[in-house]
Design a protein around this ligand. Sequence first.
Ligand SMILES: [Zn+2]
Length: 399
Amino acid sequence: MTVTVSTPWQMMGCPDCGVVSPSRGRRRRVLHDVPHGDARVRLVWRQRLWRCPEKGCPRGTFAEQVPALVAPRGSITTRAVTWAIGQLRREHATIAGLARRLAVSWWALWRAVRPELERLAADESRFAGVTSLGVDEHLWHHSDRRAKGPKELTGMVDLTRDAHGRVRARLLDLVPGRSKKAYADWLKERGEDFRKNVQVAALDPFGGYKSAIDDELEDATAVLDAFHVVKLGTAVVDEVRRRVQQATTGHRGRKGDPLFGIQTILRAGAENLTDKQKERLVRAIEADEAHDEVFVAWRCAQDLRAAYRAADLADGRQTAERVLATFHTCPIPEVARLGRTLRRWRAAFLAYFTTNRANNGGTEAINGIIELHRRIARGYRNRDNYRLRMLLAAGGLTT
Ligand SMILES: [Zn+2]
């Protein structure tokens, strides 16, 4: 579909000297516009031209500019750029797919979209009102030699609850590296008002991020993520099972071994087990005295889970305190080690129960969105483009 557009006549002064300039007619500029259904739309803009009559003026001929229609020297209309950004943001679209629909090259579209994303990303007002902050790391590429810089990125996520107490997680930024410095530098850049406003800082058990929070967010409560703590408990059960398996049979688990095939049962919450699964668990434990260790480790992991599952936060906290008071003295070395870890994280571990269950779950959800969009785009080589695209997809840019 081709649509021809032009602006009405107007008196025009030279942009340099202001002298009224006579028209030099119009020229046809072909622009790519938002598709109409499946039909591509070509906009023919009859762009006005003028010539400055002033002899000493360097301007010469000049052309009409309509920023609401198209950027200077652009070939994609302003509204098509806005449309493309909306498609990238909400419809899981790709630059390649949108470029096809607009009948432009990948580069032409990205050149038009990028400055707009950069403008939105540079707007510090998008950091306003953050009272709850999550942090996590992820790999942005795996073995692409063309991609430059560290594979790990540290991501900051807004976990502030809305009026209904719901978390609408929003990716705030991605910075290179996985270290205290990566997080601390970003917090410093945000300024004192931002840092003072953050009351809760959720994190996975990584000491680097913890010291960044301690140094830069003095007023905030650090909260160790519940999901990761439960996972540490599950990992302990796995380790004990493997060790006991090796010690009693001299080999790794195989079919017919009592401890083989109960991994899934050991990882599940006790309350979710069917009667049949419970029977299998009992049979496996009773098969050998040495298996008692597995059972004790399993009980410990279940206690840890129970703390988080308690309907009443005060009850949960009591269970958590019991875990802190007992695990480190357990004769099972793996459980004792977990006990020592939790005692090192004591305040952040218990903070879950005093912050109305603050956790890093929203950050995990954002990581899922990032993963999805990285796959849709079939990977990235340029970290700056990756950051902009992920900010857009994961709600970090106000559009
Ligand atoms: Zn002039």
